[in-house]
Ligand binder design. Structure first.
Ligand code: SAM
Length: 302
């Protein structure tokens, strides 16, 4: 990898660019928290949305969503984020409670408050990697709430297109201890080379018994879905042009790559989990979620 910790994401933090997507997910989690059939609760999420000028006027409660579930952004897409949060909460907790992971690394952590809201066994360390300005905003909001993490928490401000492995190990990460890694809502914003570096780095820094979950989009041409209700609503309602933020280059086959490195992988559609939980988005025509896959990978113990 080349580059420095300050590549061109802009120093906007959550005010714009890809950082603003962290606020979008936080608003979705705030809404999810207050649904009668909620799959995940995040009491911190609404505080991020209410604190940032960029999200002024965004809903944080189901009753504030005009059209309710029929709203493509704050209905269906927000339900998607609620489901994703729940599935990945379960994955992380299973990995530490049953899989023996000693460390958690949240890649592109954004406004993920799992360090504060999930029950971690004692002795676990949670590393959060994201842009410096996003982590600074998060620190400010959580500090204002006097929020206390439920595990040791270490933030690692760095651009994930740079050599972040050195920053992570420099922050105290131990490659000899089994780790659970998460890249939630991240990889499609990164160039293919950065995704390949990420997968290689996760492999290199993972002791046997480590696990990884990540999300990808498999569409050959993202622009085929440019008129989908989800993309157009996100652009018109909150000014986020996701297709403009996604990296448009062909994607690496990361699941295949992990398989060739000896990891076992399973690839799921989000709809698999909608069926499992009885709640969440279902397929629809011209569906921007059609190519989304959630990948779970395990590195065998030696
Ligand atoms: N994982 C979090 C969640 O699900 O709530 C945040 C998801 S948000 C859609 C994407 C996050 O990836 C943002 O916080 C953004 O700052 C971060 N991100 C995107 N590209 C990045 C990069 N090159 N370096 C560091 N962080 C990046």
């Amino acid at each position: 990898m080349t580059g420095t910790a300050h590549l061109n994401t802009g120093a906007e933090g959550v005010a714009g660019g890809v950082g603003l997507t962290a606020l979008m997910v936080a608003a979705a989690r705030a809404i999810e928290t207050h649904r009668h059939d909620s799959l995940a609760r995040d009491v911190y999420a609404e505080h991020f949305v209410l604190a940032a000028p960029a999200s002024a006027g965004w809903p944080v409660r189901p009753r504030q969503v005009e059209d309710g579930d029929a709203n493509p952004l704050w209905g269906r897409f927000a339900r998607y984020f609620g489901l994703r949060t729940r599935v990945l909460d379960d994955f992380l907790l299973r990995s530490v409670h049953e899989g023996g992971a000693r460390q958690v690394v949240l890649l592109g952590a954004g406004l993920d408050s799992r360090a504060f809201r999930l029950d971690w066994p004692t002795g676990r360390v949670i590393f959060e990697i994201d842009q410096e300005e996003v982590l600074a905003f998060k620190h400010q909001v959580l500090g204002g709430l006097s929020a206390t993490p439920k595990a040791a928490r270490v933030t690692v401000p760095i651009d994930l297109r740079a050599d972040w492995a050195g920053a992570l190990t420099g922050a105290g990460f131990d490659p000899a201890a089994p780790t659970v890694w998460l890249a939630e809502g991240l990889l499609f914003y990164l160039p293919g080379t950065a995704e390949t570096y990420l997968i290689d780095t996760v492999h290199r820094l993972s002791a046997g018994g480590s696990a990884l979950a990540y999300e990808v989009k498999l569409e050959k041409n993202l622009l085929d879905y440019r008129d989908s209700p989800l993309y157009t609503a996100t652009k018109h309602q909150i000014g986020i042009d996701l297709l403009n933020l996604f990296d448009g280059e062909p994607r690496p086959d990361s699941a295949g790559d992990l398989g060739s490195k000896g990891w076992s992988t399973s690839v799921h559609t989000p709809f698999d989990f909608t069926h499992r939980h009885g709640c969440g988005p279902l397929p629809e025509p011209n569906d921007a979620l059609e190519g989304n896959r959630w990948v779970f990978a395990d590195k065998p113990r030696r």
